[in-house]
Design a protein around this ligand. Sequence first.
Ligand code: SF4
Length: 320
Amino acid sequence: MTTEALSTKKNRNSALQTYGPVPSRRLGFSLGIDIVPLKTCSLNCIYCQLGPTSKKTIHRKEYFSSSDILAQIKKKVSSGQRIDYITFSGSGEPTLNSALGKLIREIKKTTSIPVAVLTNSTLLSRKSVRNALMNADLVVPSLDAATQEIFVKINRPYPSLKIEEIMQGLLKFSKEFKGSIWLEIMLVKGVNDSPSHIRKLKEAIAKIKPEKVQLNTVIRPPAEKNARPLSLKDLEKIKSILGENCEIIVGSYREAQISTTENLEGAILSMIRRRPVTLAEISTSLGKGKDEIIRSLDSLLAEGKIKSVTHKSLKYFEPK
Ligand code: SF4
């Protein structure tokens, strides 16, 4: 049995495709919806906080039961917790799930909470994928490269993917989509931050005309240790080149007080499986005191379920 099949079987039995709500840098309190198995993606970005891509693919399929996912969302929405966005994100590229369009349509029938999709843009050249996103309120596509050479270097794509076709897909999507588009650019020092490359990105942005351009850099432990962040000064310089609708979104977490009825260690593990997190982030997200979180972290560490890593002087917890 393949890993993918095992994962699907496990999901049918027990796993959750929703997590949070977690405080997000951009979306307030975001209820995460994770619709592909860890880590299924068309890219293998050097900065990926989920580690190396185990299943690199461009083939779409319905990985999990849509009715199970919708039931989980309904339960979370009716729990009374504050949710600002229902966000498709998580363990890989959400557009690889062929049920995405159906899931968004069904969610929109049952709640007025806006739906966001974070995507790496690679499948936007397909009409079926653009159509799947049409009912979302917000799409946050990434564009880290404007040349094939840099695309290969930073995003390490599925072999047939071409950045020119992806940019054309983004352009078509921006013309067809009625909701908001916030374009994210992840900048890695010495890889995609040269003045000439930033000029090329600017040309692409001028055609796509997103509502916002959001600059990010490597703040969490990356897949490759040599993926280095830009300084705030460098980010400010690039922001001034890219224009008025450009903002820097690195590392600002809203304060939150969310109570959770879930088992604390389970809730912590669920967060850690999605991305490396600090003690402060866990405490803020779950609305629990640091002492209580430390006790749970100690026991998860002792059981060998998680490990701690230090990155840029911050201690992160991630799956072992
Ligand atoms: S950063 Fe996103 S697009 Fe890149 S490999 Fe990780 S999950 Fe895929």
